[in-house]
Design a protein around this ligand. Structure first.
Ligand code: FES
Length: 117
């Protein structure tokens, strides 16, 4: 069962930005958007850039190297929902933001639609 670890104070991450944190042996990007916190793996699966330094807009972080887009809520690659990186639950306790040390289980990827002839 996942345990939650404090990673920063509430308000420490500016709106629309991220912060890279270590939770156990994992490197995680934590983002703040609309006062909510979201956490996904920091490493972009394309060529390894840090997603935590990417800009966030409309729930999507843009990789600073080649502009791949990932949804900060669940790590889904915005251009192909069949590809995801791990996401982690967050919670706020007092003035601390906490992140789970285990990834949120992934739902099955969408099934391809049968072709109609
Ligand atoms: S390293 Fe992220 S898009 Fe290339």
């Amino acid at each position: 069962m996942a345990e939650f670890h404090p990673v920063c104070r509430v308000g420490e991450i500016p709106e629309g930005q991220g912060k890279v944190v270590c939770v156990g042996k994992k490197i995680i990007a934590v983002f703040c958007e609309n006062g909510e916190y979201h956490a996904i793996d920091d490493m972009c699966p394309h060529m390894g850039a840090s997603l935590g330094s990417g800009a966030v807009e409309n729930g999507v972080v843009t990789c600073p190297w080649h502009a791949w887009h990932f949804r900060i809520k669940d790590g889904t690659w915005a251009d192909n929902p069949r590809i995801r990186i791990a996401s982690y639950a967050t919670r706020v306790e007092g003035d601390q933001v906490l992140v789970a040390d285990e990834p949120t289980p992934l739902p099955p990827p969408p099934r391809p639609q049968p072709r109609r002839s």
